[in-house]
Design a protein around this ligand. Sequence first.
Ligand code: SF4
Ligand code: SF4
Length: 249
Amino acid sequence: MTQQMTQPGNTPQQVTALARTDSFTFSCHKGVKCFTECCRMLELALTPYDVLRLRMATGLTSQELLDNYIIIEQDPGEPFPRFYLTMVDDGRASCVFVADQGCTVYEHRPAACRAYPLGRAVIRDENGTMEEHFVLMKEEHCQGFQEPVVQNAQQYSEGQELLTYNSFNDAAAVILQHDSIRKGFIPSAKQIELFILTFYNIDTFREMVLKDRMDSITLTPTEKNRLGNDEELLLFGIEWLRQQLFAPF
Ligand code: SF4
Ligand code: SF4
């Protein structure tokens, strides 16, 4: 899964491939002249774990986030829809969560916001082996490259508390980059509904599982108790969806 935070209106943009241990000079803080510039005019793709965390930040349910803050798009030929954070119609296309003092959901901000100006993608081969790639995006408006802090991609990711996000995004690759997808598998409308439910509507999925409203899921009280934990539920949903879409592969 790619962490994506792009600003279509802000070019030119210099994108350089980066190894995990390659150093770069960059720092972002409230003192930079461009503070919060990168929170406007952007396409902010959300992962399932991002939505899980935004629920914590906002106190909203996943259904409320989907209804009010998330745009769902599906390009022809793509197997699954993509999910983007809504921007405000304020003439600057600002993120719904940006304020003068900064990000109002900072503790739970999405992975792409944490990673920027790094971008990270993983490629999963047919044997399940994951290959990680980084790029560094230098956009004209971003003054952080003038700041004298040197780090590599690994150190920057740790400093931004990205590793947990990365682990859940990598877990989702078992669906998004399944070998069947590469071979042209197209999910049915019902399967896309299940994808949205398990990946992006975790509260509704939990309610259906705990109330035994999912035909193919039967759980003991102990297992139900375990799924009270959001992260356990997300991993359970990924594995269950894999079986629904691709079993017996
Ligand atoms: S979620 Fe926060 S950091 Fe990310 S674009 Fe919005 S305001 Fe900026
Ligand atoms: S330094 Fe770059 S990342 Fe930081 S606020 Fe400015 S544009 Fe955003």
